[in-house]
Design a protein. Structure first.
Length: 278
């Protein structure tokens, strides 16, 4: 299903028509790119931050591009000018990628082959010190190059925190060029609500809550706690909403000395799209 919206702006007594086409797909968000040319990705990073203990200057985003046809995988961090922070705005972060015959995961250079559709995944990587103090530019051995890359625990080494976005990229060429009317992104789904379906009876202490693991590779498991009053579970609190959930996870409760077990269900975000018109 596709939606088309026409926005009319007025500036300096002149009317400017700007069309924003919102293509709503079931699962993915499209980036348009042309072979041999640089392209940009617009992602919402601040709303989806996993590591909130550091400033945004300590965060970079590792992209994983997967070709739909042959499954070829390519990794790259977005290009950042002179090692500075990412281009973070109020609603989005702008990341630049350079298509190059000499790909380099650290500098945003990637050689996507062949033309066609790619799935992409975005992973948050954080450092506990400023880039200027710790690593300056992203350098070999100091930044993870895949979502499973684990470096020694040192101040100058980055840590993959988890999946924060997924989407779709179309790579065109001179024969079938890509159009750049819209880019859109779907955030990795998180646990949004926990509902007490049955508070149980006979609890003498708060049980331990375990939320099922996410299905997407690189996702993070959500966590929660609860309180007991009068022998029943009366409140439940999400302490970490996780990421990478495609379906509602199962919630289990252990301990607490109950007579009849409580029942809690989890719900992930139904729709989590952010749109950027070009």
């Amino acid at each position: 299903m596709a939606y088309c919206h026409l926005f009319l702006y007025k500036r300096s007594n002149k009317q400017i028509n700007k069309r924003l086409f919102y293509y709503i797909l079931d699962d993915y968000i499209m980036i348009q790119a042309t072979k041999g040319s640089e392209f940009y990705a617009y992602i919402n990073t601040e709303a989806n931050r996993i590591d909130t203990s550091v400033s945004s200057a300590h965060i970079r985003h590792l992209f994983k591009f997967i070709n739909d046809l042959d499954g070829a995988v390519f990794y790259a961090y977005g290009y950042v000018f002179e090692g500075g922070p990412e281009d973070i705005n109020n609603r989005y972060t702008k990341l630049r990628f350079i298509q190059d015959f000499a790909p380099d995961v650290y500098t945003g250079r990637v050689q996507l082959e062949p033309v066609g559709y790619y799935k992409y995944e975005v992973y948050e990587v954080s450092w506990i010190a400023d880039f200027e103090e710790a690593v300056g530019y992203l350098v070999r051995g100091k930044a993870p190059v895949t979502e499973t890359d684990v470096l020694p625990v040192e101040i100058g080494n980055g840590v993959v925190q988890g999946l924060v976005g997924i989407g779709k990229l179309y790579l065109g060429d001179a024969i079938k060029p890509a159009t750049t009317e819209v880019q859109y992104i779907q955030n990795a789904k998180r646990v949004q609500t926990l509902t007490i379906q049955n508070p149980g009876t006979g609890y003498t202490s708060a049980p331990t809550i375990t939320i099922g693991a996410p299905t997407l590779n690189g996702g993070k498991t959500a966590t929660a706690t609860c309180t007991v009053s009068g022998g029943v579970v009366d409140t439940v609190t999400i302490t970490y909403s996780g990421s990478g959930y495609e379906t509602n996870p199962v919630v289990t409760l252990d301990g607490g000395g109950f007579t009849d077990a409580a029942n809690i269900t989890a719900s992930i975000e139904e729709t989590n799209y952010i749109y950027y018109g070009q």
